[in-house]
Design a protein around this ligand. Sequence first.
Ligand SMILES: [Zn+2]
Length: 64
Amino acid sequence: MIPQHAHCQVCGKAVKYGEAFCSEKCKKEYEEWMRKRRRMQLFLYAMIALIIIVYMLMIFSRSS
Ligand SMILES: [Zn+2]
């Protein structure tokens, strides 16, 4: 019987059940990836907001 285990979220190595990473290195790598992802999401939201603002300005400048 195989004991309950999980896989490292980064490299896929088998780890103890309840643990997400096999090493500190993988944990740091995952945190770095999450930070990058969050930054990317913020950037996308900023772009969307910018597009809406420009669009609104175009509508207002045309109607006046
Ligand atoms: Zn790992």
